[in-house]
Write a protein that binds this ligand. Structure first.
Ligand code: AMP
Length: 507
């Protein structure tokens, strides 16, 4: 039903602290933004954009650097029922042209530097281009300043789209995942419960905010808890170490944790007030989990989710957090792991993970066929992640379905080989990929980052070691050493880039 309460902003609002002079955001340079300011600024922006003719359901595309005002713009869009469309700052002209053509926004908010580029995209639908720069500069702020801060939050259905997020799209064109007000509410509340969020929590926020991790998981928990965040423009291990004593919760991608471990000043004294370190968006190595435990005295809580679903599983707040697993289903989320005939697999067997719940997105924007392909008849979403349950019901993700290597008709799950390689002396980390091979179809290939690139482990010895522990078809045909694995901004290894780089290795 369409009413104000179904707008996710209203859910945030009823949970704001009673004293709205309490801080919502504090920045590194000491600037403070209270909940009262949030209310005012989001009213002003929502009112201003409405006066430009932007209507409920219109898309607002945003490609800017992270700053508190980006969040106020986001919340203003929610209040007004606009569809917020955040774009990674790394996207280039070609990619942007696709997104704009596909999403047809009525307004783009960008940096002054890229204003001319976006002006070039103006058309019948895209009538407005505004700028938003760091330090509260740009035409959005200038032009909205004289608008009265009065705005009535717009009534919504739980099914109305709040945000469109384009998936990373390692194959084919990126797809716009339509995420509704109801999806955001369900997932936000499940995480509040699972992680025991309190108003006294202080989140140290160092993630980008064009992705679900930094925008929904991080900010929504703060908003639903009526708590505060320390807001960094970007991750930097020294600054994070300096600010940790003021925080109680930290969220990061695995690379944040490896970088903290590389930071000499990071030790237990930074963590007196911390209650929770959370990791997600990419697999956390067991070694990192253990090293972090030793060094900080804290056990990282790993969780799992994706753009289309929000968060699905989490290791427990109270109870065993098991390295190499992403924990148990969150409240309100059903999970199952199935074989190619859609039949549940036994514990410890690998299959495709499917999920169901109020958190699951509405579908891909203007792609009904693609949407239908990703759901089963009984409405489970097919994540495309290969996974297994252990006997306590904890889930481990063993890789993306499309990253699975099929060699001579046998399936090889990269994670199994990567785990063995990563444990080997002299190996820092590794990625297993399948490359075209005329006999095997695909050949298992290891791309390995050694501890010392000038003194890598002996290839024959490595192969021998693997052969002792793995079926021979799983043993890499070739091992390549490189200095660093290519990763995207969320810390995910870009296996597509590795496959492209080495695609002629067996030809
Ligand atoms: P994205 O839609 O960009 O958030 O990417 C979602 C994908 O990231 C999932 O389908 C998984 O393949 C991967 N992912 C997210 N969290 C984890 C995790 N904790 N462990 C392993 N893979 C993860």
């Amino acid at each position: 039903m369409s009413n104000k309460q179904n707008n996710i902003y209203s859910l945030f609002q009823v949970r704001f602290p009673k004293d709205t002079s309490a801080a919502f955001i504090e920045t590194v340079d000491g600037a403070k933004y209270s909940y009262a300011y949030l209310e005012q600024e989001t009213s002003r922006i929502a009112q201003f954009l409405t006066s430009l003719g932007i209507k409920k359901g219109d898309r607002v595309a945003v490609q800017v650097e992270k700053s508190p005002h980006v969040l106020f713009l986001y919340l203003a869009c929610l209040r007004a029922g606009f569809v917020y469309l955040p774009l990674n700052t790394a996207y280039t002209k070609n990619e942007l042209s696709y997104f704009l053509e596909n999403a047809e926004p009525g307004l783009v908010v960008c940096k002054t530097e890229t204003e001319a580029l976006f002006f070039g995209f103006k058309n019948e639908t895209l009538k407005h281009v505004l700028t938003l720069d760091l330090n509260e500069q740009g035409s959005l702020i200038e032009q909205s300043r004289s608008t009265a801060a009065e705005f009535e939050t717009v009534a919504c259905d739980t099914d109305d789209i709040a945000v469109i997020l384009y998936t990373s799209g390692t194959t084919g064109r990126p797809k716009g995942a339509m995420i509704t007000h109801g999806n955001l509410a369900a997932n936000g509340l499940a995480l509040q419960e699972a992680w025991g969020w309190q108003q006294s929590d202080v989140l140290l926020h160092a993630l980008p905010i064009f992705h679900i991790h930094g925008l929904f998981v991080a900010c929504h928990n703060v908003l639903l808890g009526g708590s505060k965040m320390l807001f960094l423009e970007k991750f930097d291990s020294k600054t994070v170490t300096q600010l940790l004593p003021k925080a109680t919760v930290f969220m990061g991608v695995p690379t944040f944790y490896t970088r903290l471990l590389d930071e000499p000043s990071f030790d237990r004294t930074c963590n007196q007030n911390m209650r929770l370190f959370i990791s997600g968006s990419a697999p956390l190595l067991e070694q990192t989990f253990e090293d972090f435990q030793q060094r900080s005295g804290h056990t990282i809580l790993e969780r799992y989710g994706m753009t289309e679903t929000g968060m699905n599983t989490s290791n427990p707040l109270n109870g065993d957090r098991i390295a190499g697993t992403v924990g148990l289903p969150l409240p309100g989320v059903e999970t199952r792991i199935v074989d190619e005939n859609n039949q549940p697999v036994e514990n410890n067997n690998v299959g495709v993970l499917q999920v169901k719940g109020e958190n699951i997105f509405k579908g891909y924007w203007r792609m009904p066929e693609k949407t239908a392909e990703e759901f089963t008849e009984d409405h489970f979403f097919i994540t495309g992640d290969m996974a297994q349950y252990n006997k306590q019901g904890y889930i481990s993700i063993v890789g993306r379905n499309k990253d699975m290597v099929i060699t001579g008709g046998y399936n090889v799950y990269p994670k199994e080989v990567e785990l063995l390689l990563d444990e080997t002396e002299g190996v820092k980390e590794s990625a297993i990929i399948g490359l075209a091979h005329k006999d095997f179809g695909e050949a298992v290939t290891a791309v390995v980052v050694p501890n010392d690139i000038n003194n890598p482990p002996n290839i024959d010895e490595l192969k021998k070691l693997l052969k002792e522990q793995l079926a021979s078809y799983k043993t890499p045909k070739k091992i390549i050493f490189i200095e660093q694995l290519p990763r995207n901004t969320m810390g995910k290894v870009q296996k597509n880039i590795l496959r492209e780089t080495y695609n002629t290795l067996y030809k």
